[in-house]
Design a binder for this molecule. Structure first.
Ligand SMILES: Cc1ncc(COP(=O)(O)O)c(C=O)c1O
Length: 389
């Protein structure tokens, strides 16, 4: 691992007044001096190879209609092979402006209004929002919390499928609980979906955040998973969310043609800079990502240990993502009270747990993709505020 790259994550970058949703919205969210630990972007500069690729294109000075280069899809396929040991053919790839957009477009392409779609709350809020937008019927199969962390309720899943389900929107790795699902769990998902003819849509936007010792497996790399549609994006991995670019991996030609037809009707072209940044990321970003994963692992340890030492708060250390799902039920507050407590008394802005479904009552989600120094400040503030209760 490149220690020089690792140390760079320690240097705070001032994001204030950069039209940044995370830092420039603090006053509107209730405390202009709070540490923002809410929306899922990182307080880190992206990899140099990406900045150089964008800068050199900017220097050309002409930004007329562009055409895709075959290099782009080849770079993504090679990334999937090298990073995730997953065979992907360039022709399986479809671009979309964002993974949330892709969930909507894939659902619209493969289901009909009224189709039953299974999700596993607590889960990233736009899953249900996109199901609603596409006029799907949501079927919830909540995760189960055990002593060791969150697990999939496979009995519940089978019950949902038996009752009739058309699609399953999977979050792998899981936001907000931070699980990287194991091979056996993924195999069970695939077997159940195939047995009951349920279309798998796997949001794998967090796939590249593999905290130390962890390995993500794409659903299409699981035997029987070739009919899954997998959604990824370099914008999450490399902190490029505002560039609006993502990739749909769809090995099955029939499903792919449906998705392409539906998307071309909706006019979902991507932006030149998003595409160039994604290509540069996949071609040159590996070393930066290795250092990032080490830095995030150390940040995860600082935050999880600190939170678990505070009476009334508890976390299962996440295996992936840079998000921590904090159980604050013992504080005995409802959602509004808990949010106000964090924002006003702790001066830390979280995402309130109920944004991930009713199962999130009593939880907050904290984003630890920031300098370790900020995590220590956050812990001090939270500890002091909890003690004063
Ligand atoms: C699970 C998950 N899917 C999708 C997204 C958003 O993706 P995009 O910005 O590409 O729409 C996020 C962002 O946090 C996420 O956590």
């Amino acid at each position: 691992m490149n220690m020089d790259l690792y140390r760079r994550f320690d240097i705070p970058v001032d994001r204030v007044n950069t039209e940044c949703i995370k830092w420039d919205n603090r006053e509107a969210l209730g405390n202009k001096d709070a540490l923002p630990m809410w929306v899922a972007d990182m307080d880190f500069r992206t990899a140099d190879g990406i900045i150089d690729a964008l800068a050199s294109r900017v220097q050309h000075g002409i930004f007329g209609y562009a055409q895709d280069a075959s290099l782009d899809k080849a770079a993504c396929a090679l990334w999937m092979k090298n990073r995730h040991n997953c065979e992907v053919k360039p022709e399986w790839l479809i671009y979309s402006p964002g993974v949330v957009d892709s969930i909507y477009h894939v659902l619209s392409a493969v289901c009909k209004p009224g189709s039953r779609v299974v999700i596993q709350p607590p889960v990233y809020g736009p899953f249900s929002a996109m199901c609603n937008k596409a006029k799907m019927q949501i079927v919830e199969n909540p995760l189960i919390e055990t002593e060791n962390g969150f697990e999939i309720d496979f009995n519940g899943m089978e019950e949902c499928f038996k009752a009739g389900a058309d699609a399953f929107v999977f979050c792998s790795p899981h936001n907000p609980v931070g699980r990287i699902w194991k091979a056996e769990e993924l195999q069970n998902v695939v077997e159940l979906c195939n047995r009951y003819g349920v279309q798998m849509i796997s949001d794998e936007i967090h796939c590249d955040f593999e905290l130390r010792g962890q390995k993500h497996i794409p659903l299409i790399a699981i035997p029987g998973g070739e009919n899954a549609v997998v959604l990824i994006s370099a914008t999450k991995t490399f902190n490029l969310a505002a560039l609006r670019h993502s990739t749909i991996i769809c090995p099955n030609e029939e499903i792919r043609n449906k998705v392409i037809a539906s998307m071309s009707e909706a006019m979902t072209d991507v932006n030149l800079f998003g595409r160039l940044a994604t290509r540069a990321a996949y071609q040159t970003g590996g070393e930066w990502l290795d250092a990032l994963n080490e830095y995030l692992t150390d940040g995860r340890d600082i935050l999880a240990e600190g939170i678990n030492s505070i009476d009334g708060l508890r976390v299962h250390a996440p295996e992936g993502t840079y998000l921590m799902w904090v159980n604050a039920k013992a504080l005995g507050m409802n959602s509004d009270q808990l949010n106000n407590f964090f924002v006003e008394k702790c001066a830390v802005i979280p995402v309130i747990g109920t944004a991930f479904g009713a199962q999130g009552e009593g939880f907050v989600r904290l984003n630890f993709a920031t300098a370790h120094k900020n995590l220590e400040i956050a812990l001090e503030r939270i500890e002091k505020a909890v003690r004063a209760l």
